[in-house]
Design a protein around this ligand. Structure first.
Ligand SMILES: Cc1cc2nc3c(=O)[nH]c(=O)nc-3n(C[C@H](O)[C@H](O)[C@H](O)COP(=O)(O)OP(=O)(O)OC[C@H]3O[C@@H](n4cnc5c(N)ncnc54)[C@H](O)[C@@H]3O)c2cc1C
Length: 432
């Protein structure tokens, strides 16, 4: 090991940002020991707990990280929440480099009058239930037959797919059976999607729009589509994708999805529970009051929501596309750095940038200077024994994984644990 090689690197957060950063650092520093901490007992962040259950192909990226963990490229230390189980300063004292990759994800909520009524939901409540987020586990909220979805980005379309899919559409997925069954007992029949933007600038990817057309038995209509300009190629593709959705004749549809562009809710009506959604300006030919049992908002994420960064209140985590350096030997990557926008591949390029920056910083630091982080690091083995005992290693996670695979219902690939404590019992059978 030469003098410019860090001995111990800690990455906080095992989502794509943490794992891609670890990969890039490992490629450069073959001898450094890399530990990835996560507050959860399972690795991979929103790949496991955010990406929709019917998009298993998207989750396949975890296989490359599995190989990294199994081959010892990096160590997994799950069930360790920085800020609760150990403070950041203690981690920094033992590791030469610390990368914060804790993500950030809290839905932005509607602020119109009536937004407090029962039946007004954020997409995250549904995503959490379908993905069996364990800490805490929240059951699927009740959803009626008439649903208004506010927003038309990719998460909104995840919601629409969920509302109109049948049980059979979840074959070979890891959806929560309880959450799905509870919804499918009385699924939505009328779904209105309100998009503030016109089609051409709506946020959804074209592939996500086209996917809706593959779900049989559903009639899709679109109101207020204004033509995109000639030079807006992406906008025109979106329009063509929506036009294609509406071109299918569907006899005896079990559900109807109606997209209204250029429409925002001004008020939600009801006494205790949602009864209506009122539009601020209804496009020509559209009703200005929509009957509804449920309103699901998918209008992006709140960048100011503190989430799990209580561990480092002294730092400024305002979103930035700039450098990842937060302090000497301390960096950030992924959604914690750029804010909650962008898909998994965006975290790969960001992670590579941050890794380059770390390597350049580290290799230009004089190891004899007072700033050099090389002096104090004892690494993972120097952390308190009790903390290391509570940590879920990658081998321990293998036991959780095996139990989830074994518990899967027929035609499902896994049945996730609901409860964090049950996951720990599976991970550490010797303590049970
Ligand atoms: C509902 C939803 C659906 C999505 N669908 C797709 C999709 O289909 N395709 C796609 O490409 N992208 C999708 N994305 C985007 C993608 O999930 C993100 O780009 C990506 O997960 C961000 O990566 P990250 O590593 O920065 O954060 P995260 O994935 O959130 O990972 C952060 C990790 O840090 C851990 N952590 C947090 N605080 C602490 C702490 N104090 N101590 C220890 N650990 C901590 C968390 O447990 C988590 O594991 C979706 C996002 C959402 C919200």
């Amino acid at each position: 090991m030469n003098a410019q090689t860090p001995r111990h690197i800690a990455i906080i957060g095992s989502g794509p940002a943490g794992c891609f950063t670890a990969q890039a650092l490992r490629r450069h520093w073959k001898d450094a020991e890399i530990t990835i901490f996560d507050r959860l007992a399972a690795p991979y962040g929103l790949i496991r707990y955010g990406v929709a259950a019917d998009h298993q192909h998207t989750k396949a990226v975890t296989r490359q990280f599995d190989r990294n963990f199994s081959s010892g490229d990096f160590r997994f230390a799950g069930n360790v929440e920085v800020g609760t189980d150990i403070d950041l300063a203690s981690i920094r004292a033992e590791f030469d480099i610390v990368v914060l990759a804790t993500g950030r994800w809290r839905d932005r909520t509607l602020t119109v009058p009536g937004a407090h009524l029962d039946g007004v939901l954020v997409s995250g409540d549904i995503v959490n239930a379908l993905n069996t987020v364990p800490r805490p586990n929240i059951p699927m909220p009740a959803i009626g037959q008439k649903v208004v979805v506010v927003g038309a980005g990719n998460v909104a379309l995840d919601m629409v797919r969920f509302l109109i899919k049948t049980a059979a559409d979840y074959a070979d997925s890891d959806v929560s059976p309880e959450a799905l069954d509870s919804y499918l007992d009385s699924p939505a029949t009328h779904v209105t999607v309100l998009s503030r933007s016109p089609i051409a600038s709506a946020k959804a990817d074209v592939a996500m729009i086209r996917e809706l057309g593959k779900i049989p038995g559903v009639r899709i209509t679109v109101a207020n589509s204004s033509p995109a300009t000639e030079d807006n190629t992406l906008g025109r593709k979106r329009e063509a994708a929506f036009a294609d959705l509406t071109s299918h004749e569907v006899e005896d549809a079990r559900a109807h999805v109606h997209f209204v562009f250029g429409a925002t809710p001004s008020r939600i009506g009801g006494t205790q529970h949602v009864e209506t959604v009122h539009l601020s300006a209804a496009p020509a030919g559209e009703a200005s009051v929509i009957p509804a049992n449920t309103v699901i908002s998918a209008i992006g994420f709140d960048v100011n929501a503190p989430g799990h960064w209580h561990y480092a209140e002294e730092y400024d985590f305002a979103p930035s596309d700039d450098l990842g350096r937060v302090g000497p030997g301390l960096y950030r990557s992924g959604w914690l750095k750029r804010g909650p926008v962008g898909a998994i591949p965006a975290n790969r390029s960001d992670a590579h940038q941050v890794a380059k920056e770390i390597i350049a910083d580290f290799e230009s630091t004089d190891v004899d200077s007072a700033d050099s982080p090389l002096k104090s690091a004892g690494g993972y083995e120097a952390l308190p024994q009790t903390l290391r005992d509570q940590a879920v290693s990658f081998a321990d996670w293998g036991r959780i994984d095996a139990a989830e695979l074994a518990n899967a219902d027929e035609s499902r690939i896994r049945r996730k644990f609901h409860d964090h404590e049950d996951m720990l019992a599976a991970a550490h059978p010797q303590n049970a």
